[in-house]
Design a protein around this ligand. Structure first.
Ligand code: F6R
Length: 367
């Protein structure tokens, strides 16, 4: 049932060209120049007139939510807040019937997310669900929603569900922006064409980076800490990369926005500190270059994720992983793949049980 792979996690990582394609299937119609999503279309006015959108989720789904914030604010120009469901439900958030709440959950069973949805509904909000498991509890209580269609995810560490969540959020942001006039038709066409090319690029990144990442992983089996840095859309991708490593390899890791490094974490950097830096060409590349130089000056070990043909960051880094270029807003979808592989191989070399890490459950139905 693992389809020849040693673990479900690896199988699911390699399934991503297909799972992303499945997420897009029937929704992204590039030739017609449209995004078809009944859940959005049926409630378009309500969604586009929202005073604000609050995204609630936990764990990896919360990281997807952070990227969702960047997407929706950039393309639909609606204010977005992202909250941990467990925090949202226990404070007294300002939510009214003019609000939209988007709940993201792979399993559709997470207790805190479920309770947060119930509270939001009591306050009159319209709740939109993004779930992977069809007919799950969350998908049943929400007012509308979109399934991610990533297929069953068995490995406890979420991989393909995450990239499908990002794909759905991209579709939603672009569709809202197109219909509320914030996104020109030309820009919309350019972006959906890029979106359509993602499954192929994900396939390419899997093919071209797997062996390289596996090799890099060998050098870090004994690491005790890791920093993950990214800017803009790739800051949440850094958080997610760090979470993957923590969960399955039990190495302490933290994600930071690269510019925050100088406000504290830089004190940690010495020759024993591995630092993963996500540095695509688009998205404040020059700023990232100076961050990398600061790390180098302190002898940190740099693992750089760069676009093909990069020279500036690549020449300073100790290890280089190249990935295909795309629009900045979609780059986390591609950059996440080598990060998943890195966590996977480090954990495997350390002899950890990657599919069922200690202390973790696939769906957290307890509070
Ligand atoms: C991370 C992971 C967890 C889940 C979190 C939310 O790999 O699996 O952090 O993302 O428990 O779960 P869902 O998305 O099912 O609500």
């Amino acid at each position: 049932e693992k389809g020849g792979y040693e673990h479900f996690m690896l199988k699911e990582i390699f399934e991503q060209p297909k799972s992303i394609h499945d997420t897009l299937r029937g929704r992204l119609l590039v030739e017609e120049g449209i995004i078809k999503m009944a859940g959005i279309w049926d409630h378009l006015e309500r969604l586009n007139q929202a005073q604000k959108i609050t995204i609630i989720a936990c764990g990896t789904s919360w990281h997807a939510g952070l990227i969702g914030e960047y997407l929706i604010e950039e393309f639909a120009r609606i204010p977005v807040e992202v909250e941990y469901a467990s925090e949202f439900r226990y404070r007294n958030p300002i939510i009214t019937d003019k609000d939209i709440v988007i709940a993201i959950s792979q399993s559709g069973e997470t207790a805190d997310t479920m309770a947060a949805i119930k509270m939001a509904k009591e306050k009159g909000a319209f709740v939109y669900g993004i779930c992977n498991v069809v007919d799950s509890s969350i998908s049943r209580v929400t007012d509308a929603g979109s399934y991610t269609h990533a297929g069953p995810e068995i490995g406890v560490a979420s991989t393909k569900a995450f990239t499908s969540q990002l794909t759905v959020l991209s579709l939603i942001a672009l569709k809202l922006g197109k219909h509320n006039g914030n996104l020109s038709n030309q820009e919309f066409m350019r972006l959906i064409t890029e979106l359509d090319a993602l499954p192929k690029k994900v396939e390419e990144v899997l093919e071209t980076t797997n062996d390289i990442v596996k090799d890099i992983a060998k050098h870090f089996i004994g690491a005790q800490n890791f920093l993950y840095l990214g800017r803009g859309y790739n800051f949440p991708a850094a958080l997610e990369g760090a979470l993957k490593l923590k969960e399955i390899s039990y190495i302490h890791a933290e994600g930071y926005p690269a510019a925050e490094m100088k406000h504290g974490p830089i004190a940690l950097i010495d020759e024993n500190m591995p630092i993963v830096i996500i540095a695509p060409k688009q998205g404040h590349y020059d700023k990232i270059v100076s961050n990398v130089q600061e790390i180098k000056a302190r002898k940190g070990k740099i693992i750089a994720l760069v676009n093909k043909g990069d020279t500036q960051v690549a020449s300073v880094a100790d290890y280089v992983i190249e990935f295909p270029e795309t629009s900045e807003c979609f780059s986390p979808i591609i950059a996440s793949i080598p990060l998943q592989l890195l966590a996977y191989y480090i954990a495997v070399y350390r002899g950890a049980n990657v599919d069922q890490p200690r202390n973790l459950a696939k769906s957290v139905t307890v509070e």
